[in-house]
Design a binder for this molecule. Structure first.
Ligand code: PHE
Ligand code: CO
Length: 298
């Protein structure tokens, strides 16, 4: 059976390289056009992650997965999720074709709308694909939108994004690093132990194991300016993970006006993804850095 595919407008040279550019509007989730294969891909990925994530993902994430019934079989309907989400935190999912321009993305978040790619990866892409699909966006990001503090953080990030965009590209880069090291690849130190909350991790089997178990990467306590001044990798597992103590800590650290921070960071050289700052970092784990690529940080 034919598998539903997104409407890529064209490939275009952008500051992220030569990437597909999508129509930027909101669409209706074409639920009835998903193929059997599409539903099976969801079920396979879901089963695989849920077998591994207890004891690895934070409890708030696991609770969210359960409350949404993401494992009831087949690709969930956004309309069903929205019923639960609206009542819990007032967020709403909107279906989109794929990665959005920054301003469009920020505008959605600032209005408590989370854009989710409506299409799912192919069976041969279970372990890796280079752009976010439905599994990453929905399974990875949406469960934590049930947590009131995290839900507010995401909205504040959207508002902050609009501000950073107006200030300039360097500010935007600093803010993007914050998103990368928290929303996408964040770890949280809980009473039960170190846990995952980042969407880029929980939607990846390999990285869900690597981020907690591997000796190679650093695990360093979250510090706002440190994070905003640290480059990252988009082509490998992370070389450094930043660890928050709680979602409250994250929310409170990001509440002050970033304008003076952006100004300060303009004068500084960013840290490489693998750097450990000997006298400043709160180090949970000093990585062996074995096998690290040393060029091409973003
Ligand atoms: N406080 C930030 C600013 O003034 C906005 C922000 C909030 C950014 C939360 C990220 C997360 O720009
Ligand atoms: Co994501």
């Amino acid at each position: 059976m034919e598998t539903a595919t997104p409407r890529k407008v064209e490939h275009q040279q952008t500051d992220r390289g030569y990437v597909p550019v999508y129509a930027t509007g909101v669409v209706e989730q074409p639920w009835s056009s998903y193929s059997r294969t599409d539903h099976e891909v969801w079920d396979t990925l879901f089963a695989r992650q849920c077998e591994m994530l207890p004891g690895r993902a934070c409890q708030e994430f696991l609770d969210g997965v359960k409350k949404f019934g993401l494992g009831d079989g087949g690709i969930p309907k956004f309309a069903d999720i929205n019923q639960v989400l609206a009542k819990a935190t007032g967020w709403e999912l909107v279906a989109v074709e794929g990665l959005l321009p920054d301003e469009v993305f920020f505008d959605h978040l600032a209005n408590r709308r989370f854009p989710v790619s409506w299409w799912i990866r192919k069976p041969e892409q279970l372990d890796y694909l280079s752009e976010p699909d439905l599994f990453h966006d929905l399974f990875g990001h949406v469960p934590l939108l049930l947590n009131p503090v995290f839900a507010d953080y995401m909205q504040a990030y959207g508002r902050g994004g609009m501000k950073a965009h107006a200030i300039g590209p360097e500010a935007l880069m600093n803010l993007t690093r914050l998103y990368w090291y928290t929303v996408e690849f964040g770890l949280i130190d809980t009473r039960e132990g170190m846990r995952i909350y980042g969407a880029g991790i929980v939607s990846s089997k390999g990285e869900s194991i690597y981020c907690l178990d591997a000796d190679a990467p650093n695990r360093i306590g979250f510090d706002l300016e440190r994070v905003m001044n640290t480059r990252y990798r988009i082509d490998t597992y992370q070389q450094t993970y930043f660890v928050i103590d709680s979602f409250e800590q994250l929310f409170e650290a990001t509440t002050p006006d970033f304008t003076p921070i952006y100004a300060r960071l303009r004068e500084k050289t960013p840290h490489a993804a693998a750097d450990v700052l000997e006298d400043a970092d709160r180090v949970f784990h000093y990585g062996s850095h074995e096998g690290f690529a040393t060029n091409a940080d973003t």
